[in-house]
Design a protein around this ligand. Structure first.
Ligand code: ADP
Length: 418
């Protein structure tokens, strides 16, 4: 194994798998910390999917360290800590604390933090993260239900999460090439800096940063910065998994717990195209008016090829539910219900699921219980079809990070399945 990665959510892990596969590597995604019996031999890169983005930070650190120890024992030459390209986190973490712990475990002087993912409009310039044309703090991420991002200055955001000194490798240095970036790493290490936010606005810059990061024991970032890493180990970029996918046969459903703007547009497009949709309100779950049984029954009885069960709502409605129920409880009620829907639909013969939302996907996949996912064809940047491994029956799962995908995602995803 060359690269051993730890992702703080499931959709992020899948996204990273896709990037490394495109870089020519054989990649396996494992759900949760792999047990001692797990066979690592088949993978050039292994991505451990955790659900550690918003859990208490001590737990996130422990889980990440446990995963990293397994990866190091299995021979990983470089560790990668993957988080969201919108740097989803709070002042408590968990990006800073986990990166800090992994640096310690790897015995490394320095790591980088680079969430840029230009293919999805995430760029970093002078330490500031942009989502499309907007600063992160002006984007819809300012209203995220769990990790509202109200500051676009990543040096400041990360520095609030760690006692280790954070610095910046700016655009001017990145433009000069890998040698200059490496020199900047050395200079920063000499000054006692331990984590460096790195500017990047194009894939070519990410490839250059990847090259400069060849000697780092730990790289942290979005999936974008992984674009240049396989080449350091002699792999060649190609197009991964372009072929249609022999998916398990059975009925299909869409489950959406993401309140991100892209998901809400995708729901509107699906409804506009006649997809029947059941909207779930957290208050109804709390009051017992809505249950997983009832929602699953509705999907079964819809008779439609791809019924949609969703809780997604606009920021004002999410805020209303959170003030009545608490942020954490509202999220948990919804996640638990949607996971329960997936389990019941599987029992009713459903084998194909599109799931929207990182936390939501984590809850659904944990409930369905596969040990690992094999990566299939890419639906949109960062979102492939996958097939579950290690649990019966096999399922086709497309796990979509909330803000990813074109507006017709819920309509077109199925076209790649045989
Ligand atoms: P994204 O990928 O868009 O960030 P996630 O699934 O990671 O989506 O996060 C969305 C969170 O919001 C989940 O915890 C989900 O349970 C919660 N949630 C979903 N719908 C609602 C709602 N109507 N009110 C409050 N919270 C909600």
């Amino acid at each position: 194994m060359f690269i051993g990665a730890i992702a703080d959510d499931l959709t992020g892990a899948t996204d990273l798998c896709l990037m490394l596969a495109r870089g020519g590597m054989r990649v396996v995604q494992v759900i949760g910390v792999p047990d001692a019996a797990f066979d690592f031999a088949a993978a050039d890169a292994l991505v451990v999917a955790l659900k550690s983005r918003t859990i208490p930070r001590a737990e996130a650190v422990d889980l990440s360290l446990a995963a990293a120890r397994r990866l190091i024992d299995a021979g990983a030459r470089q560790l990668f800590f993957k988080y969201c390209s919108t740097f989803d986190s709070t002042d408590d973490g968990n990006i800073g604390p986990v990166a800090e712990a992994l640096l310690g475990l790897a015995g490394a002087a320095l790591t980088i933090a680079c969430p840029a993912f230009p293919a999805n409009g995430r760029t970093v310039y002078r330490g500031h993260l942009f989502v499309g044309d907007q600063l992160l703090s002006d984007s819809s991420m300012k209203d995220h239900p769990l990790t509202p991002m109200r500051d676009a200055n990543l040096v400041r955001v990360l520095q609030k999460q760690t006692a280790l000194p954070v610095g910046l490798v700016g655009y001017g240095t990145v433009e000069k090439g890998a040698e200059a970036i490496r020199a900047a790493f050395d200079k920063a290490a000499g000054e006692g800096l331990r984590m460096l936010v790195v500017d990047a606005v194009t894939d070519d810059q990410l490839r250059t940063i990847g090259k400069a990061a060849a000697g780092l024991k730990l790289v942290t970032g979005g999936s974008g910065v992984a674009i240049g890493l396989p080449a350091n180990f002699g792999f060649e970029e190609g197009k991964a998994n372009a072929l249609p996918f022999p998916a398990p046969a059975g009925r299909a459903a869409i489950i959406a717990g993401s309140c991100s703007a892209a998901t809400r547009r995708q729901i509107a497009a699906a409804r506009g195209a006649g997809v029947p949709a059941l909207k779930i309100d957290p208050q109804d779950i709390a009051d017992g008016r809505m249950t997983a049984e009832a929602a699953a029954r509705w999907a079964v009885e819809s008779g439609h090829a791809t019924p949609l069960v969703y809780s997604s709502n606009d920021p004002a409605e999410v805020a209303r539910a959170q003030s009545a129920l608490g942020r954490k409880r509202a999220g948990e009620l919804v996640e638990h219900l949607l996971a329960g829907v997936a389990v019941r639909l599987r029992a009713a013969g459903f084998r194909r699921f599109v799931v929207a939302g990182g936390e939501t996907s984590g809850a659904v996949v944990n409930a369905l219980g596969p040990a690992a996912l094999a990566i299939g064809p890419e639906i949109d940047p960062g979102v492939p079809w996958t097939v579950s491994l290690g649990s019966e029956p096999p399922l086709a799962l497309a796990l979509k990070s909330g803000n990813f995908g074109t507006d017709d995602f819920f309509l077109k995803a199925w076209e790649l399945l045989q």
